[in-house]
Design a protein around this ligand. Sequence first.
Ligand code: NAD
Length: 499
Amino acid sequence: MQHYTMRIGDRWVDTDERYDIVNPATGEVVATLAKGRAEHVDAAVDAAWQAYRESGWRETPMARRAEIIETVAARMAERAGELGELAARENGTPIRIAQGLAVGLPIAHMQYFARLARNYQWEQPVEAVGTMTGTIRREPLGVVGGIVPWNFPLLLAVWKAVPAILTGNSVVLKIDEKTPSGTTVLAELLLEAGLPDGVLNIVSGDGDGVGEHLAGHPEVRKISFTGSTATGRKVMVAASGNLKQLTLELGGKGANIILDDADLDLAVDGSLWAFLVHAGQACESGTRLLVPDSLHDEVVGRLVARARQLKVGDPVDPGTDIGPVITARQRDTIMGYLAKATGEGASVAYQADLDEETYARGNWVPPTILTDVTNDMRIAAEEVFGPVLSVIRYHDDAEAVAIANDSEYGLVNGVWSTDLDRARKVAEQLESGTVWVNDWHNLNEKLPYGGYKQSGFGRELGPDALDEYTQEKAITYETSGRSERAGWALLFGADAASS
Ligand code: NAD
């Protein structure tokens, strides 16, 4: 059985205590992982600083850094089948979705980051002001920490580690204890391609011990965190000790608005895609479906008919559309949300029939469509992180916008309409970092991705992705030697300064 260890400096580091890596579809242990502790974070931060100062990585030409990332992307593409299968077994991501989102996206995003690096502007001259000239330089931060969740571990590791590495930083990445395989392959391939030891360090461990220790570490200059809003708050508090820079990519409760002129064939399939990807375990899921009164029954009828055609089952089977959820605890949480929703007055318009024998093992939640939901119910307010859709009625566009914005979250929203001008007007009023029109889960590398409100701050992807791991330095040159403009003239008087 595969055993995963941590990467610290120039060594793969093991521990006596281990985590079991469990296939959520079957309950079988498929691998084990070293169980990191706070002292491993300390060792990784030390190794990262040593590499930052001594490995020469910071001085390596950008073209060479980009080449290493491109080589790794190409090797990952060659191993896409294997990586997809690992994601299916470890995360329960259905293999087709895994190939597209869990493996295909990280490869495309690495290629994009490498392109950005090749054209990166490290220095810009400042237009001369009188006798002053100068430049604005960008410099790396030093050692940065990344903390990633289990749902798309390789993708999110790439979003954090690759821009940081390309800009000359060293990284300590804290992976989730349930899903080590993709990040381990990433580290192996980077080393093989020529990344110096210590530039990327990987530690495992629990959140409260290891994650929080990294977030609070006085020698770490930035934390880029992806996870729940509740944990994001703890990370922010821990990071305040030495005023770390922060990127927080947190939870979401996307509102998916079908306008009354939408193409319903598209909107209905798109709405299923929006909430069912990875059994709803995506931060950017569209879990609140806002439907005009006039179309409500038709849309619900079509959703149910299409949902019936989707297959819940073994993630490794290419015929599977929807897999299990990650843990038994998460299953129980979701089932608790469903019970509460029906208790509050929601109706079950559809629930997949999972016969007990087939689904006796593993963590299964039947995909469910709820109607009669109002936006004040818990099912509509909180992130459920499961295959559950809440259908909410509205009367006009203004009310749809008000319902969508009545959320503490602001990660993504979406609009379906055949009139792009009308859709744009709605999109402009929605309070979220992303609005998809006639689409969902479009994590294109050229689009900055991140939250409004309690979905966090900072952006990943997009043209400024590398800037998030640099800091600006202004250097000015006073060229006259005796400028009247110089500040010290205020002290000495104009005559004295220019004499
Ligand atoms: P989580 O917050 O429980 O854990 C995320 C990571 O943080 C894990 O590695 C965990 O070990 C670590 N952690 C836990 N407690 C910590 C602490 N006190 N200090 C530091 N680190 C700690 O989230 P999860 O359940 O693993 O993932 C699901 C959540 O992630 C959802 O809320 C989802 O919306 C969010 N998410 C957001 C994005 C995004 O880009 N906005 C993407 C994917 C997932």
